[in-house]
Design a protein around this ligand. Structure first.
Ligand SMILES: *[C@@H]1O[C@H](CO)[C@@H](O)[C@H](O)[C@H]1NC(C)=O
Length: 231
């Protein structure tokens, strides 16, 4: 009896953490080539959960994605929380800069007003981090911004809850409508290595094999109001 109660409690606890261990079987692989996730409205409960298969802590990473929005406030693009840090990996866009977080520390990449002469178009952003040097790169439409660095010697944990379209302020939760993404996200890739500059300059079809997140073989679950639409 005791054992059953314990099991029930464990199950309840696990299932009460939103969207983490539940429904893992429902997530299957999809080829999203030529498609985008559309986040049609601001919300605190709509997002895409990604399921990267990480066997060991990350000492390097490259994250790439394309986004298209007319938001004028800040918003989260990619949020990976671990039990240790809500912002284990976070790519956040403010009106005038990008923030890239690793292990709870962030660097900011200012966008020159010249770069920003306003025309509404999608932006392809890639960011890399290397534990050995701490160096963080941010590439915007194939151009590298001046490099920064954080969390030298750190290892990114593997117990990640990975979301597109929301910023987690706790492990798997505390989502904030004011930081939610509205618009379109596509071409999401994550590697456990730093891609060479040649590939980041001209990121058409990714070459480096075995990405942990692969847009054309994507394991994901949609929560709330997010649609998969043709580009
Ligand atoms: C992504 O998965 C597809 C389908 O299996 C594969 O053809 C492609 O090479 C993978 N991408 C990379 C960069 O490895």
């Amino acid at each position: 009896m005791e054992k059953d109660r314990l099991l029930l409690c464990t199950v309840l606890v696990i299932f009460s953490i939103p969207g983490i261990w539940t429904n893992t079987d429902e997530a299957s692989f999809h080829d999203l080539e030529g498609k985008a996730f559309v986040f049609p409205k601001p919300s605190a409960d709509s997002y895409v959960l990604l399921k990267p298969k990480l066997d060991q802590n990350l000492r390097q990473l490259t994250l790439c994605l394309r986004f298209f929005t007319d938001l004028t406030r800040g918003f989260s693009l990619f949020s990976a929380a671990s039990r240790d840090h809500d912002n284990e990996i976070l790519l956040f866009r403010n009106p005038h800069d990008f923030e890239m977080w690793v292990g709870g520390e962030y660097v900011s990449f200012s966008l020159s007003p010249l770069l920003e002469i306003f025309h509404l178009r999608s932006e392809l952003v890639c960011t890399t981090w290397d534990s050995a040097t701490g160096i963080i790169q941010l590439w915007l439409d194939g151009q590298r911004l001046p490099r920064r660095g954080a969390m030298k010697g750190y290892e990114v944990k593997t117990d990640l809850v990975v979301m597109l379209g929301q910023d987690q302020d706790s492990y798997g939760g505390k989502l904030d409508v004011k930081q939610s993404f509205v618009g379109e996200i596509s071409e999401v890739y994550l590697w456990d290595k730093v891609l060479p500059a040649e590939e980041l300059t001209d990121f058409q079809t990714p070459i480096t094999p075995n990405p942990k997140v692969n847009w054309t073989l994507l394991k994901f679950e949609i929560r709330g109001y997010v649609q998969t639409e043709l580009l």
